[in-house]
Design a protein around this ligand. Sequence first.
Ligand code: FNR
Length: 370
Amino acid sequence: MPTSSLFSPLQIGPYRLAHRVLMAPLTRMRAEQASFAPRPLNAEYYRQRASRGGLIIAEASPVAATGRGNPATPGIYSEEQIAGWRKVTDAVHAEGGLIFLQLWHVGRVSHSSLQPGGVLPVAPSAVAIDGVTMTPASSTPQRYETPRALETAEIPGVVEAFRQGARNALAAGFDGVEIHGANGYLVEQFLQSHTNLRTDQYGGSIANRTRFLLEVTNAAIEVWGADRVGVRLSPYGVANGSGEAEPMPLYDYAVGALDPLGLAYLHLLEPRSSGAGRAEVNHTNVPSAMELFRPKWRGVLVTAGGFTADSAEAAVAEGHADAIAFGRFFISNPDLPRRIQRKIPFTPYNRATFYGGEEAGYTDYPVAAE
Ligand code: FNR
């Protein structure tokens, strides 16, 4: 088998990437507080991280006000938000980079204080997360509430919100979209048996639990064409109350159902770093998602989670993945692809400034000297 390197080109849909160091989607909670529109500071952050022929997957963005779960996350459901994102995509394109948007609905990972009208968040079933919200509207953590189960007749409306989000992303100048099917949010709540107790066509069998994922993916495909739509999944993930007791039958089925669609890519989260957004966890004795699913996926495979320059290069050289998405190190190294290529050490990241705030820990990380 011919081997590839992190710095060999990669075709993703219609795009020829110059290298395989992707920027993972990263919630930073620095949009406009009232409109949830991206602002010039956000455009500058993405501009700094763009590289010629590189691909950024922009942070998870709710497709509806009811899909919100955090303060100051940028949305993709209003004209103001589209206009804000247009500044971001223009800035990335001016650097020669590509940018996809991650389409998001948090489902039960929300709180009534963040919902329009103060109503309960919606989910496949009325099953609460056992724990406290990390980012409620107030600064005091509060227990998660029991969400309201979606009526069957409401589900097409949620699929429609994803379709509209995909259309809005097109209007905002993105190059493609990624469906957020990972980390315990709405799509995953449908997939997994402990959060989906439904008895209609969206619950019960694995095929039924996968139906919502396929419907939102197909809605995005209708807008973009399959080769500009990616899907992110986190088998074996434990974030946000997630966790299927036996993940393989479920994810085998889901990946098998996505494979014939001809997507831009499948994006996996490596189980070792599940929950990385919340804490410095490095789970041991967990399987390798890329090695499990590589044989089951004919298209481009992207994976993320706990990679270093060396392990990323090895994963691509050994053929386990086509590209590696970096999260935390892309926060603290705007010039990460160049640093990897030239073996320049990484700047460490400061977890305290991951979520919320202004320039500090956002646009003030240095680029390495030539
Ligand atoms: C994340 N992660 C994440 N994942 C996702 O699918 N959508 C998102 O919006 C976010 N947001 C987010 C914010 C922050 C601050 C962190 C640290 C993480 C997960 C992220 O994309 C990535 O998969 C993990 O960080 C693991 O990769 P690294 O950091 O080990 O390279």
